[in-house]
Design a protein around this ligand. Structure first.
Ligand code: NAD
Ligand code: WQD
Length: 338
């Protein structure tokens, strides 16, 4: 079966392409390389021995999206990773985010509708919950007003899919709300390649340890948490990739109870910033240079998943420990900088 993976040379997409190929799917990747590089194709092939079909174009070009689906009229499903994802940038460039994260989504759904249906998986985010009232966070938790245009594109994206599925029963969709993906493939052939100064904690830790950054700034230690730093659910990217295969199979095998479902993807365990630093120091043997600074605006205090639905309905459970995920991130950083 042929599966379209948009943004398939990106961090999560590339790891998902590997797992799809392991499961025997034929993969077609579309990516404009705006936040990835063509060498990622070599990494995928180096792991699976199979080079996915790759088409480089910008999905914001509606005519190219239409031409793609005319050419590949045997697409059974699509996993839509392609988006812009920098929260801070989205505040400065909202129209870029609404065009790229919502305009493209509409173009793809229009093609699936024209095709008479398909399976569709959407990259959403736990950011839709904001600061949840109850922890761990279930899929029934209310979606809170977005704190950034980026977060709003995930909320509105889910609504676009829900409304489309309501009147197009042959489009079967799942929105996956990722918590905090981290780490790299155990082969050290794939990993996270943040361009410029990393916005996220784990790549900043590994770049500090390798000497690329002077020191890590810990954004506040005066939160109402055990050690005062924020708590997140850090999920190993390979476990996250495997969840996409489980979700896709659910749709392709018509096991879905409705044609629009939502799942939280996390470990169910919260870890504080200091605990992540301690994990890194444990697995790397490195002493991390960091300092406590003021809080970062917009940070929620705690977010970690109730994973019951994904565990029981998808039959998927995250397996890697925080230490294993941090070790993989460090091995990747050392490889990239070698
Ligand atoms: P990424 O930036 O590594 O991957 C996205 C890929 O899409 C990149 O390869 C980029 O070149 C491509 N792309 C972007 N716009 C495109 C366009 N117009 N046409 C063609 N290709 C385009 O990001 P990621 O971390 O792998 O995230 C994948 C998805 O998961 C995104 O939708 C993101 O919002 C979502 N998500 C990510 C996280 C996270 O922490 N990484 C958390 C929650 C949700
Ligand atoms: C994690 C914790 C920071 C960097 C973001 C997006 C979310 C999703 C995942 C796309 C927080 C602290 C961080 C640093 C720090 N992305 N931190 N120093 O903020 O949970 O989620 O990435 O979908 O939408 O909001 O992840 O890695 O930025 O931060 O102290 O240099 O680490 O304050 O507590 P976050 P993060």
């Amino acid at each position: 079966m042929k599966i379209l993976v948009t943004g398939g040379l990106g961090f999560i997409g590339s790891h998902t392409v590997v797992e799809l190929q392991h499961e025997g799917f034929e993969v077609v990747v579309v990516d404009n390389l705006s936040n990835s590089s063509i060498e990622v194709l070599d990494g995928i092939e180096g792991i699976t021995g199979k080079r996915p079909t790759f088409e480089e174009f910008d999905l914001r070009d509606k005519s190219k999206v239409q031409a793609f689906f005319q050419k590949h009229d045997d697409i059974a499903g699509a996993i839509h990773f392609a988006a812009s994802k920098a929260v801070g940038e989205s505040v400065q460039e909202p129209l870029l985010y609404y065009e790229n994260n919502l305009g493209v989504l509409v173009y793809i759904l229009q093609e699936l509708k024209k095709k008479g249906g398909a399976s569709f998986i959407f990259s959403s985010s736990c950011t839709v919950y904001g600061q949840a009232d109850e922890l761990p966070i279930t899929e029934a938790a209310p979606v809170k007003p977005a704190e950034s245009p980026y977060g709003n594109t995930k909320q509105v994206g889910e609504e676009i899919i829900r409304d489309t599925c309501r009147v197009n029963p042959d489009i079967k969709a799942i929105a996956l709300r990722y918590f905090n993906p981290i780490g790299a493939h155990p082969s050290v052939k794939l990993g996270e390649l943040p361009i410029g100064v990393p916005q996220n904690l784990v790549p900043f830790i590994t770049q500090t340890a390798i000497g690329l950054r002077k020191e890590l700034s810990v954004f506040g230690d005066d939160y109402p948490t055990p050690d005062g730093t924020c708590i997140r659910d850090y999920i190993y990217v390979v476990d996250l990739a495997k969840a996409h295969v489980a979700a896709l199979k659910r749709l392709l095998e018509d096991k879905n109870e409705s044609n629009y479902e939502v799942f939280n993807l996390g470990t169910g365990k919260g870890s504080s910033v200091l605990e992540v630093i301690q994990s890194f120091e444990r697995v790397s043997g490195e002493k991390l240079n960091y300092k406590i600074v003021d809080r970062r605006e917009g940070d929620v205090i705690q977010a970690y998943a109730d994973t019951t639905k994904a565990n029981e309905v998808l039959g998927w459970t995250a397996e890697a420990t925080l230490d294993e995920a941090m070790k993989s991130a460090w091995e990747w950083e050392k490889k990239v900088r070698s």
